[in-house]
Ligand binder design. Structure first.
Ligand code: 5GP
Length: 248
């Protein structure tokens, strides 16, 4: 049985890492591809656990040697998925999750159109800002300029949502985890005829509701909050510092 390739993209601070680790606790046979990056480790990150950390010269050698399935520059650093991750998951017959940005996702969709792509959105800019700031505090380094840059990038990344098969809005963690799990189980059911027991019809319904094609109404308020549904095409970033009840 061939494993399924899941691409997950989300703006930084959308809760993607938590969702993926919760999914892997609930569903077996899902590997996570550890990317290579030239950014320095943050907080308690370890080489070989969150990322393989390296320098630009080595990363460029890896590009030249064709070692990457995809790679991209994000926030001034290189990130890339090694082909080896994919080969190893295939050997085991496991599904594989790639946590990659919108540029990498677009490269993988071109070479592997069978991949299942999932975009995770924060519910609104204020929640995103609070999560980013809390994360920076926990890591002991609140950098306002970097925070603002990531918030601005979020809108640009969200604009790419329409290229993804499924969209999750991560407002309530348990619900988003259940939705992600339903997508994985439904895809296994459709592609590998894998039985999904008595919960099957519910799982298929939950997954179907997350399909991008079925999400217009659910996404409208989120896209409006990020200034993406503005008919003039202008970005209306809404990161005002004053009225956030979650702050402090
Ligand atoms: P962070 O530095 O916050 O861990 O990740 C920054 C961004 O880089 C996130 O959007 C993440 O999905 C993306 N990213 C992580 N690994 C890869 C990768 O291997 N390839 C690409 N294209 N993006 C990646």
């Amino acid at each position: 049985m061939a494993g399924i390739l899941f691409i997950i993209s989300a703006p930084s601070g959308s809760g993607k890492s938590t969702l993926v680790s919760e999914l892997r606790k609930q569903v077996s046979g899902v590997d996570f591809s550890i990317s290579w990056t030239t950014r320095p480790p943050r907080g308690s990150e370890e080489h070989g656990r969150e990322y393989y950390f390296t320098d630009r010269a080595h990363f460029e050698e890896m590009i030249a040697a064709g070692e990457f399935l995809e790679n991209a520059e994000v926030f001034g650093n290189y990130y890339g998925t090694s082909r080896r991750s994919l080969e190893e998951a295939r050997k085991q017959g496991h599904d594989l999750i790639l946590d990659i940005d919108v540029q990498g996702a677009s490269q993988v969709r071109k070479t592997m159109p069978e991949a299942v792509s999932i975009f995770i959105m924060p519910p609104n800019p204020k929640v995103l800002r609070t999560r980013l700031r809390n994360r920076s505090r926990a890591e002991g380094q609140v950098n306002e300029a970097e925070l603002y840059r990531r918030l601005s990038e979020a809108s640009k990344e969200i604009e790419n949502y329409a290229g993804y098969s499924y969209i999750l809005v991560n407002d309530i963690l348990d619900r988003a985890v259940a939705q992600l799990e339903a997508i994985v189980l439904a895809e296994r059911f459709y592609r590998n005829s894998e039985p999904i027991t008595f919960r099957s019809s519910r799982v298929l319904e939950v997954a179907a509701a997350c399909r991008q094609a079925n999400s217009a109404e659910r996404l409208k308020p989120v896209l409006e909050a990020f200034g993406i549904l503005n008919s003039t095409g202008q970005q209306q970033l809404n990161f005002d510092e004053d009225s956030d009840p979650d702050e402090e």
